[in-house]
Design a protein around this ligand. Structure first.
Ligand code: COA
Length: 535
């Protein structure tokens, strides 16, 4: 395999300027991560710990194998959407090792509005389950939730992909042989009561966890029966009498110890189908990416320089290097795993699209995961491009990418606009994971293009009606459009809405991707059949 030789001068003024600008983005990312990890208001946290309960992050830490990493997902879900609530939507999701076994962990945060489910809470829980199912990871749910956040009914109750899907997926995954285990640490009420009861095995904490379809107040209102919480749904009642729970624990730590033992008793973790080679670090420091990504978003990044700082030994065997040069396709190893990389190096043209089709086909035949590194303003427009069949060639690329059944990943490393967002395996095409860098931006089109498009439409309409439109008026019309597209396209917005799984520091991307490639390598390959490709 060929080694990429870097031409970057880390001493240049441009590099230093870019790196300094990127540092601002990284500082913001780290600050937001710290905020997201705090949890609810101090008073709510104090009440929680005063009651002898572990905070949810401490529960996760106590569950994980000591010193092992935890890949937290969607930590910015719901950011700035729910008043003073911190980012994270009141639930923690992530991948970590428990008793030597990699699992998906889902933990309610009762310090954020009683752990109740907002729209994004439900979406985040469902997404974590999807990832777990796709990779056949045991699901461990640490329940401490008041169930539905009642005013959020429209976003959690009626539709697929909402809270009901959490229950549906628990059932289907268990039936499919993906183990589901749970601990009831606190509240577990109404529809939410079904969450632990639908898992394979349930632990409950004495004097702290309770499960009931209707709380004491509802029971009294409905039937007149006066009953206390413990006898209605407490740990002893459910473990010794109703049989709803299987194990009783004295406190949170004891419960998590029982859960670790239950994971130990699961069948062994599957071996990788194709064992990875020994990982070799890139020849160039991934932190140099900060200085390579130009702070002027109009300047095209040399994506080869990015690849050189991510893949093993900076080795990249380019496919059709001299054809369709606005798209780099090539084979590499990433953390020892073979990968096919599809990376933009300009606007998508007919030739680059066709090249992608052949490359994706090769990867599918050889069962090689595909990593789409998006930095694209879209597919080429204009008469020449249309005559050259950009519509059918771009469509063929979408067909190949969409039909490919090998593991697919979407990394937004720069722009990801319009149909380019689709062609580079944007979220609607169900990549195994999608991540964005802090400089990433994605939208129907760029802010300036959107302002121009809409002002042309507006000007034409005014001309038709014989109305004047001064330059100042036009500018006043354009600015809010720019602002809207600019804030929409920010990866923070994508992370808050769960359109990506996380925002990554470029320097941690290698490690995160190595982990998820390892997960995918343990799942049986699925053959691909392509649709009718238009010629
Ligand atoms: N919907 C919306 N908000 C809710 C809520 C719900 N189902 N349950 C609790 N909250 C809010 C409370 O209003 C409170 O908000 P505030 O801090 O702005 O005042 C916050 O969550 C914490 O509730 P609080 O009761 O103070 O905390 P707690 O730790 O003592 O108890 C619960 C938490 C969830 C156990 C308890 O509030 C409860 O039983 N809620 C009702 C649960 C229910 O019936 N759900 C129906 C699901 S269909």
């Amino acid at each position: 395999m060929s080694v990429i030789t870097s031409a970057v001068s880390t001493a240049s003024d441009e590099f230093k300027r870019n790196a300094a600008e990127f540092q601002t983005l990284l500082d913001d990312l780290r600050r937001r991560r710290r905020l997201a990890r705090v949890g609810g208001e101090p008073a709510a946290r104090k009440r929680h710990t005063d009651a002898g309960k572990l905070l949810p992050r401490d529960r996760v830490a106590a569950l994980l194998d000591p010193g092992s990493p935890f890949l937290e997902l969607a930590e910015f879900a719901g950011d700035e959407m729910y008043g003073s609530n911190p980012p994270g939507a009141g639930i923690i999701t992530g991948i970590g090792r428990v008793s030597g076994r990699v699992c998906m962990i889902v933990a309610n945060d009762a310090t954020v509005k009683g752990g109740t489910y907002y729209t994004l809470t439900a979406k985040k829980h469902v997404r974590a389950q999807q990832i777990a199912w796709q990779h056949r990871l045991p699901g461990l749910t640490l329940v401490d939730s008041g169930g539905a956040n009642l005013p959020e009914m429209a976003g959690i109750f009626p539709d697929s992909g909402q809270y009901g899907s959490v229950l549906h997926q628990l059932v289907r995954q268990s039936a499919d042989g993906v183990p589901q285990l749970s601990v009831v640490h606190g509240a577990c009420t109404a529809g939410g009561a079904y969450t632990p009861v639908l898992t394979d095995q349930t632990v409950i904490v004495k004097g702290q966890g309770y499960i009931h379809l209707g709380g004491p107040e509802i029971v009294q209102a409905a039937t007149g029966e006066v009953v206390d919480r413990e006898s209605l749904g407490g740990a002893e009642m459910h473990t010794y009498r109703s049989g709803v729970t299987d194990y009783i624990a004295n406190d949170d730590r004891h419960a998590l110890g029982i859960l670790r033992q239950l994971v130990t008793d699961l069948p062994a973790r599957p071996d990788p189908f194709s064992p990875p080679e020994t990982p070799v670090p890139p020849r160039y420091d991934p932190r140099e990416i900060y200085g390579i990504l130009n702070s002027d978003t109009r300047v095209q990044t040399n994506t080869r320089e990015i690849i050189a700082r991510l893949v093993d030994d900076s080795r990249f065997e380019e496919f059709k290097r001299n054809f369709g040069e606005t798209l780099l396709c090539g084979f590499a190893h990433w953390g020892g795993h073979p990968v096919g990389i599809v990376a933009n190096q300009g606007v998508l043209m007919s030739d680059s699209s066709i090249k992608a089709v052949q490359f994706i086909d090769l990867c599918c035949k050889r069962n090689i995961p595909l990593i789409f590194m998006a930095d694209v303003t879209g597919y080429m427009v204009g008469r020449e491009a249309e005559v050259g069949g950009i519509a059918k060639n771009g469509a063929k690329m979408v067909q190949a990418m969409s039909a490919a059944n090998v593991p697919k990943y979407n990394l937004v490393i720069g722009s990801s606009y319009g149909a380019g967002y689709m062609g580079m395996c944007g979220r609607p095409f169900e990549p195994h994971f999608s991540f964005g860098w802090p400089n990433g931006r994605a939208a129907l089109m760029g802010p300036e293009q959107a302002a121009t498009t809409l002002s042309i439409v507006q000007r034409r309409k005014r001309e038709r009606l014989g109305q004047e439109w001064s330059e100042a008026e036009e500018e006043a019309f354009r600015q809010p459009i720019r602002d809207q597209f600019s804030s929409f396209s920010n990866m923070r917005n994508f992370a808050a809405n769960l359109w990506i799984d996380s925002i990554l520091d470029p320097a941690e991307t290698r490690m995160v991707m190595s982990l998820v490639l390892d997960l995918a390598a343990r799942v049986p390959p699925v053959p691909t059949s392509f649709p009718i490709l238009r010629m």
